[in-house]
Design a protein. Structure first.
Length: 426
């Protein structure tokens, strides 16, 4: 397994736009309402000043009515239906007073737009129907020309009012879509954060497991040779110095590996991380030999196995670089833990590690030639294998790749066998 901190290729979660600033700077709502109110009042005042029709000339009350319709825009967001009803009633009152004509659509367009914008499209359509029906009734009862009223003016008024309603509804729909898009962006960003946290957690667990296996192996070797050195003090100085030298060499290698891991965690972009693979198995020979165990490595990573009579033409590591890095790392850690158990617990003198690529799986076995028991002459603890977390950790590594592991006592010693798929199942 590669030592990784945040080397998972994940990208930082996108930052959602602020709900109050979806497209950059925008005017506050009250400012928009003030501008709309001023526009309504100014437009109606201009139309009134044209003095078209009516029984009375415009006076201050007529212009005050125009200002009042403009002022209603300040309440259009909170009370859209009331603003629409007051506008319609105000229009009827204006015409009942006999002031100059201002049309139908112009006085009520802003109110219709506001009602549709707030989602009251049905009220806006109903108000349009009431205004048109009442206007037609009164004008036809007054004897105005039917073709002029119905065939000429009606189409323009209805079109303008329908445009105001459609514009308000489309603006509402657009804002709703933008709010939905922002919500989706927030959910996606939250999911990215959760995925990144999950990957980081998984990486930390992987690093902790590898450190446990590596340091556990080292401490077992150190403990073993510390007991050897202690027993040799005063009796066999050469053996004591040899044991202390092995302790120093083992701890130095482990500290180097630990420093690389910590440096990688602190600065993930400084360089490629160290790779743990089956090619590192030779490093297990020395501590095993120091414990009096002859470790035999029988490695063949050629697909289909080696030809009769020896290794493949390119040696035991031919095509080994084609194995997934996760399989390399898991296989090495399983073998390392198995050899550590042999060094600590077995009374045998010989151990064998066999690794083969068989079709789409990697098969490995670790065996020794002695029954389990205390290794008092080597400083062992006397605890039988399988009582700690070593076997459970090996099994977890195999199952994490979709494989399986068996560890059992045999008449000839302790046997660990694992099968690791080269392609992890979906």
């Amino acid at each position: 397994m590669r030592w990784r901190a945040r080397h998972d290729g994940s990208r930082p979660a996108p930052r959602p736009r602020s709900p109050g600033r979806p497209g950059g700077a925008r005017l506050p709502a009250w400012a928009v309402d003030v501008l709309l109110g001023v526009a309504v009042a100014a437009t109606l005042s201009f139309v009134i000043s044209a003095e078209q029709g009516g029984r009375h000339n415009p006076d201050a009350l007529a212009y005050l009515w125009a200002a009042g319709l403009g002022a209603l825009m300040l309440a259009r967001r909170r009370y859209p239906v009331i603003v629409l009803a007051v506008t319609v009633l105000g229009l009827f009152s204006y015409y009942a007073a006999g002031y100059p004509a201002v049309g139908l659509a112009v006085p009520v367009a802003a109110a219709l737009f506001s009602a549709a914008e707030s989602g009251r499209t049905g009220h806006a359509v109903a108000a349009t129907a009431v205004v048109v029906a009442v206007s037609l009734s009164f004008r036809l009862l007054e004897g105005q020309d039917v073709w002029f009223v119905v065939g000429y003016e009606l189409a323009g008024h209805v079109l303008l009012m329908a445009t105001a309603i459609a514009l308000g509804d489309s603006l509402r729909s657009r804002r709703s879509a933008q709010a939905g898009a922002r919500r989706i962006a927030e959910l996606v960003a939250d999911r990215y954060r959760r995925d990144a946290d999950a990957r980081l957690h998984a990486e930390r667990l992987a690093i902790a497991r590898d450190l446990h296996d590596s340091i556990g192996h080292t401490t077992s070797v150190v403990s073993l040779h510390a007991d050897v050195a202690r027993e040799a003090l005063g009796r066999d100085e050469a053996r004591a110095r040899e044991a202390l030298g092995l302790i120093k060499a083992t701890t130095t290698r482990t500290m180097t590996e630990l420093r690389r891991t910590v440096a990688l965690l602190r600065a993930p972009g400084e360089g490629p991380p160290p790779v743990v693979s089956l090619a590192n198995l030779d490093a297990l020979r020395e501590p095993a030999a120091a414990a009096g165990i002859d470790l035999v490595l029988d490695i063949d990573l050629c697909p289909g196995g080696a030809p009769p009579g020896g290794q493949g033409p390119a040696g035991p590591w031919s095509d080994g670089d084609r194995l997934p890095a996760t399989v390399h790392a898991a296989a090495f850690r399983i073998v390392q833990e198995a050899v550590t158990n042999i060094v600590r617990h077995s009374r045998g003198r010989r151990a064998r590690v066999a690794v083969r690529v068989d079709g789409g799986v990697l098969r490995l076995s670790v065996t020794d030639d002695g029954p389990p028991g205390p290794r008092r002459e080597r400083g062992g603890s006397g605890r039988e294998p399988g009582r700690g977390h070593g076997v459970a950790g090996m099994r977890e590594r195999a199952e994490a790749l979709g494989g399986r592991l068996r560890a059992s006592h045999e008449p000839t010693g302790f046997v660990v066998e694992a099968v690791l798929p080269l392609d992890r199942p979906a």
